[in-house]
Each structure stands twice: as C-alpha cells, then as structure tokens.
Design a protein around this ligand. Structure first.
Ligand SMILES: N[C@@H](CCC(=O)N[C@@H](CS)C(=O)NCC(=O)O)C(=O)O
Length: 218
C-alpha cells in the first residue's frame, strides 16, 4: 500500500490533506508539483487531475483530487482515529461548517494573504485593514460555534483540518509552521522559531479569543 500526494508546499489545499494524513499517522510519499513552472498543466498530470490543480492523492490504483473529497476518502478508508461524527446530523453539521469556511471565510482570508505576500512597499493598508475586519466578523461565527469546546465538533475533526492556517491560533499574521506551510510563505507571514512540527502546533485548531487577538489585532 502506498499513498502519494502530489503537492505544492505552500498550497493550502494540499496542507489540509497533509493535516489529515498526519492526524491518521499515515505514511506517504510527496510528489512535488511546481506550480510556478506550470507542472500541473502538463498532459501527464492532467490525466490524474483534469482540473490541473494540486493536490492529487493516489492510494494504490485509486486516483483522487479535490482536497475536501480526499479528506473524506481518507477518513472512511483509514478510520483510526475517526475525524467525522458518526451520526448523519453531526456529519451534516460538520459539512456546514466546512462549507462556511470554504465559501465565506476563504475569500476574505485570500485577500489578506495575497496582500501580505506582496512586497511591503506595494501592500495596501486599506485592503489589509478591510480584510482583517471582514475576517474578524467571520471568525465570530466560529467563536460562537466552538464555545468552551477545544474543537469545533468537540473532538478534532475534518472541520479543523479543512481551513489550513487561518482558523488556528497560529493564524496568518501570527505563526504558520514552516514544516507544513513552506519556507517562503512562513517567512512572508512571519514565523515563530519556537514552533515545532508536532501535533500541538500543526494540527490544533482553536479559533479562540486568543486566536482572534493574535491573528487580527496586529
Ligand atoms: N478545489 C480544489 C482547489 C485546488 C487548487 O485551487 N489548487 C491550487 C493550489 S492551492 C492550484 O493547484 N493552483 C494552480 C492552478 O490553478 O493552476 C481543492 O480543494 O483541491
């Protein structure tokens, strides 16, 4: 059995799959796909993913794309530890939160990310301030959902794996761990050297007040 992940290190879509692979302690081989060289558009890659995007995950003869679908596959195929509620209502709730993150949260986050990745001289403060203010409002939904629980569904779940960095205390303007997020982006977004690649730092998703303060007060 061999899992391969076709990956570009700073891709959030790849990162959410890596979180699940790590959480399930699955070993896998990374196949780097350099998006800057358009390797994702080569005919042989398009045979794996007709959309020409990363990630692709192969598991023996199974070839999958779309990160959220890959994560559900991994959870069903490798159920230890389970990362979705068992009951249909719980599953539906988890999917609603994932959809909220992807459909509503991500665009504000991407706006901030793109701006922060620019040369500081070219950054627009109004764009940064606007995106932060949007994110703060959007994060409130997670604050309300999480309450006193450590994770959005109580236990760590695919909801916590889905968002990449933003819903975590190590948010985009705080400290994305280099090991998952890639050197360039971590440097651009401001990495703390104290982070180590263990579960606590890479996988915890706690959109707590602390996260809000750390990520958005700057
Ligand atoms: N919905 C897809 C999105 C995949 C995606 O947009 N991947 C980006 C990297 S984060 C990509 O490959 N971009 C290169 C391109 O579009 O050419 C997923 O969740 O896997």
């Amino acid at each position: 059995m061999m899992i391969k992940l076709y990956d570009f290190k700073s891709s959030p879509n790849c990162q959410r799959v890596k979180v699940v692979l790590a959480e399930k302690n699955l070993s896998y081989e990374i196949v780097p796909v350099d998006l800057r060289k358009q390797e994702q558009k080569k005919p042989e890659y398009l045979k794996l993913n007709p959309y020409g995007k990363v990630p692709v995950l192969t598991d023996d003869s199974t070839v999958l794309y779309e990160s959220l679908v890959i994560n559900e596959y991994l959870d069903e195929k490798y159920p230890d530890p389970p990362l979705m509620p068992k009951d249909p209502a719980g599953k539906a709730k988890a999917r609603i939160l994932i959809d909220y993150g992807m459909a509503h949260f991500d665009s504000a986050y991407q706006k901030l990310r793109v701006e922060l990745m620019k040369d500081p001289k070219e950054q627009s403060q109004p764009v940064i301030d606007g995106a932060k203010s949007d994110l703060k409002k959007l994060l409130q939904r997670f604050e309300d959902e999480i309450g006193d629980q450590p994770y959005l569904m109580g236990e760590f779940s695919l909801v916590d794996a889905a968002p990449g960095r933003i819903w975590r205390p190590t948010g985009p303007v705080a400290s994305p761990p280099r090991q998952i997020y890639g050197e360039d982006e971590s440097a651009a977004l401001g990495e703390s050297d104290s982070l180590k690649p263990d579960r606590g730092e890479i996988l915890f998703c706690r959109p707590t007040e602390n996260a809000l303060r750390q990520a958005l007060s700057a």
